[in-house]
Ligand binder design. Sequence first.
Ligand SMILES: [Zn+2]
Ligand SMILES: [Zn+2]
Length: 254
Amino acid sequence: MLIDTHCHLDHPRFDNDRADVIARARGAGLHHMITIGCDLKSSRRALDLAKTHTALYATVGIHPHDAQEAMPDHDEALKALSAHPKCVAIGECGLDFYYDNSPRTEQEDVFRRQIRLAHDVALPLVIHVRDAWERFFAILDEEGVPERGGVVHCFTGTQDNADESLKRGLHLSIPGVLTFKNPGDLPEVVKTMPADRFFVETDSPFLAPIPHRGKRNEPSFVVAVAQKVAELRDTTYDAVAAQTTANANAFFRL
Ligand SMILES: [Zn+2]
Ligand SMILES: [Zn+2]
């Protein structure tokens, strides 16, 4: 058993073999996959996929890259989508000051609106943060962490970023970056993070872990992430799989 808590199965790179990708994931021992919305259209597609495939759940949200496309009426549209039982979180949302694909003021505004939505509909947040930790924590503290909490997806921050996140009750989702040659602080974070506060993810089709690096990523590859976590935490693959599955089930209420 294993859960990929963050993948983009609506991505066009899966158009030719989506059903095979899902079947391979099931074959690799994945019970569930959470396919993530990153704008209104992909949120609709993610939810449609979750309605069609029993192994899938969805989230609805607007990625910081797409913040400038977010119209005021998108809030209501996301809220309506989030009422479906297969929608398990709001996001991905947050701040990306590395790429700056949308102006920072708009990123911050759209992030705030999604934090408020998560409060409003009592769902957890799926958060994307890159090179924007200070503003991220400031905004989160002003708006308040939603009652159902939040997860920092694709966590690649420093130990201090991890500590600040955990202090606020957030979960960390560990990506395939952990298997890379230059994983930064991530191995140290993984060694010491509390057992009940993390998940594993692929962020597929992006960021394929070693030994699949350079290929299109897919949910079955999350096995490589869990194996690396087990090695670093000096435990077994089965223990990591069971723990992260229990964590994800509880957090997303799957
Ligand atoms: Zn992301
Ligand atoms: Zn993502």
